[in-house]
Design a binder for this molecule. Structure first.
Ligand code: HEC
Ligand code: HEC
Ligand code: HEC
Ligand code: HEC
Ligand code: HEC
Ligand code: HEC
Ligand code: HEC
Ligand code: HEC
Length: 421
């Protein structure tokens, strides 16, 4: 074979090789295009380093989990899947593809690395009081009761909620508990969950600072905080300027340059311009606004001072003082209206017109709606800038329900001592 011919052979073979190679590549491309994106993309260096084998499988099994994780500060800082998923003290474990992981994750899986946040959270009403509001004291250990009663006397050691009991277990489980489990006592001895505000894998500050996140639970006619906020000047500005706020700012250096419009978390938690940043959402409050007749909290003066310090980062003293004065007056006037209603109910009871059982007469519901919907709405509206809620969803309804209540009382009395039963 001449060198020339040999050269042509080599050329032909090489040419054939290129064609076959191109065909293979094209074939692979066509095949790949039909495969899910996650199987084609290479895992990022961060995921490989941080999560190794877990991500290898879960990129195929639950791709969204791995993706959320990769975007998180945890992935950046080398926190691995197993750091959270390994069993914490007192947790039941299970074998999983050569690893030992926990059967149920709780706040305890975060507390190991975020002790301060956990301890602040434990002191808040998001912890034990939230669960006791539905289930009463029964699920807590003696130590848990003793601890939480120090901060919220009378709010843990109480009976299960009567309305919940009447509505039954499925209503409690998929209703009340879905919001109140933020403070559920877990089987490992810890309390509550951190993922209601941060999500499981995003571990996001931005998410926690969005009104809609708090609004998952803080909504509806009995606590319409998110609706009120949306209608307030603060909420309207937030929607308009959201894209230029720095919602990812570090909490330890958060300034009014990052957040020049407040969201729920700014007012109730953030350490704006050097203020104390806290997971104890109770710290800046002065009234028990959710009560039928609101009283000042034992820590009222401190709570009011702390919240006002926050307002003063963006407003002047006269604006803030005037706002508080007007809102306080709404609370006092709402109290007076509900005092009248509650005295009427007490008189009907003494006269024998009301049964001892809760929620078994129409008038029970009218009275409950008065304070639980309209009274609260007026008070919350006044403190968070929702004029329509103070007026049409609050005071107007209070007036209307009072007329209804008096008429029902008149009818019960006209039916004699056990009328209506
Ligand atoms: C060999 C593949 C593989 C590996 C490695 C692997 N997993 Fe899984 N994992 C799976 C599969 C498959 C499922 C079930 C998915 C389903 O049911 O949809 C699963 C389920 C889970 C669940 C849900 C369990 C439940 O009972 O609901 C968790 C949590 C989990 N894996 C975490 C991890 C963690 C953390 C790691 C690393 C320490 C890991 N996995 C490693 C394949 C794997
Ligand atoms: C910051 C802590 C944290 C990290 C890091 C973390 N997880 Fe999770 N993961 C959780 C929590 C909390 C849950 C909810 C568990 C529960 O409800 O019992 C969860 C649930 C899951 C589930 C079940 C999802 C479902 O909806 O059924 C899977 C699968 C899982 N994790 C896999 C992983 C993998 C893979 C990694 C790493 C890429 C990882 N996790 C990293 C905290 C974490
Ligand atoms: C192994 C330790 C570890 C565990 C477990 C852990 N974290 Fe973290 N977390 C970190 C580190 C490290 C950072 C980064 C700190 C920093 O940037 O200053 C962080 C940051 C955060 C941030 C701030 C994110 C940001 O964008 O700055 C949040 C929120 C958070 N973690 C929530 C959680 C939650 C919720 C859990 C439990 C489900 C959890 N963490 C479990 C170590 C951990
Ligand atoms: C998973 C549901 C849930 C989410 C999400 C949630 N909360 Fe709550 N929050 C509750 C419940 C339940 C209570 C009532 C606890 C009690 O008094 O029994 C509560 C009470 C409060 C209180 C009153 C505390 C007190 O001392 O009376 C404030 C303030 C508060 N939450 C702020 C927030 C903010 C701000 C966010 C978002 C960053 C938020 N919450 C997210 C369920 C939630
Ligand atoms: C949509 C979420 C959600 C559901 C569902 C829900 N709650 Fe609440 N609940 C809250 C929030 C948020 C507060 C805090 C209101 C406030 O402080 O203004 C609260 C406050 C309370 C309070 C007053 C605070 C306290 O500690 O006494 C009681 C009692 C209560 N809820 C019981 C229940 C019961 C019982 C059910 C079911 C029949 C239920 N809740 C259903 C979110 C919810
Ligand atoms: C009611 C909602 C809510 C709950 C529940 C919650 N957080 Fe947070 N968390 C926030 C908000 C809001 C911020 C950011 C506050 C700010 O600076 O504006 C934050 C910030 C953080 C940070 C960042 C701190 C820093 O200095 O970088 C960590 C870590 C954290 N939370 C951990 C936890 C842990 C652990 C739990 C459970 C014990 C938890 N969070 C429960 C709302 C919540
Ligand atoms: C501009 C600051 C500000 C914003 C924004 C704000 N709040 Fe408030 N919030 C207040 C003030 C002030 C009070 C009443 C304080 C007091 O009792 O002295 C209050 C009261 C509350 C209470 C009532 C607790 C009780 O006693 O019943 C809850 C719950 C609450 N806010 C949740 C939220 C949620 C959820 C959002 C966002 C949707 C939000 N707040 C937005 C300032 C704010
Ligand atoms: C991070 C900054 C910031 C904080 C904190 C803040 N506000 Fe504001 N507030 C604003 C901005 C911005 C406006 C809109 C001003 C304008 O119209 O230009 C506003 C508007 C108002 C208004 C006028 C509402 C209207 O309808 O015109 C009142 C009243 C008010 N805030 C009260 C408060 C109170 C009370 C607090 C504390 C509980 C507070 N704000 C906390 C930024 C803030």
């Amino acid at each position: 074979m001449s060198g020339h011919e040999g050269g042509r052979m080599v050329f032909r073979t090489a040419f054939l090789g290129v064609v076959i190679g191109a065909a293979l590549l094209l074939g692979a491309f066509v095949l790949n295009a039909r495969r899910p994106r996650v199987e084609v993309e290479q895992p990022s260096a961060a995921a490989v380093r941080a999560t190794g084998k877990c991500a290898g499988c879960h990129r195929l099994e639950t791709a969204a989990v791995v993706h959320e994780f990769e975007l998180s500060a945890h992935a950046d800082r080398g926190v691995t899947c197993l750091d959270c998923h390994q069993p914490a003290a007192n947790q039941k474990s299970m074998d999983h593809k050569g690893f030992v992981i926990s059967q149920e994750l709780t706040s305890s899986n975060c507390a190991g690395c975020h002790r301060t946040q956990y301890e602040q959270f434990l002191r808040s009403r998001h912890a034990a009081p939230a669960w006791a509001a539905v289930r009463g004291v029964q699920d807590f250990t003696a130590e848990q009761v003793a601890f939480a009663e120090r901060y919220h006397p009378g709010w843990i050691d109480r009976p299960a909620n009567k309305l919940a009991l009447l509505e039954g277990p499925s209503a409690i489980q998929s209703g009340c508990v879905a919001c109140h489990d933020v403070g559920k006592p877990n089987s490992d001895g810890s309390i509550g969950t951190c993922t209601d505000c941060h999500a499981r894998h995003a571990a996001s500050l931005e998410l926690a600072r969005l009104p809609a996140t708090c609004g998952q639970c803080h909504m509806g006619p009995d606590h319409s905080q998110v609706e009120i906020y949306r209608e307030s000047k603060h909420g309207v500005l937030f929607n308009a300027q959201r894209s230029i706020l720095n919602l990812k700012a570090d909490p330890t250096t958060l300034s009014t340059a990052d957040m020049f419009v407040p969201t729920c978390s700014t007012c109730h938690m953030s350490g704006l311009d050097g203020l104390n940043f806290t997971h104890d959402t109770t710290e800046r409050l002065s009234w028990w606004l959710f009560s039928a007749i609101s009283e000042r909290r034992p820590t009222a003066d401190q709570g009011e001072t702390r919240m006002k310090e926050l307002c003063l980062k963006c407003h002047t003293q006269p604006t803030v003082d005037r706002f508080y004065q007007e809102a306080n007056q709404v609370v006092l006037d709402t109290n007076a209206k509900l005092e009248e209603a509650s005295q009427l109910m007490a008189a009907l009871k003494t006269e024998g017109h009301l049964t001892p059982a809760p929620f078994d007469q129409p008038i029970d519901f009218v009275y409950f709606d008065m304070w639980h919907y309209y009274g609260r709405t007026a008070k919350h509206g006044a403190f968070m800038g929702g004029a329509d809620f103070v007026q049409w969803h609050g005071n107007y309804e209070l007036l209307r329900k009072m007329v209804e209540l008096r008429e029902m009382a008149r009818q019960l009395r006209s039916q004699g001592p056990d009328g209506g039963n």
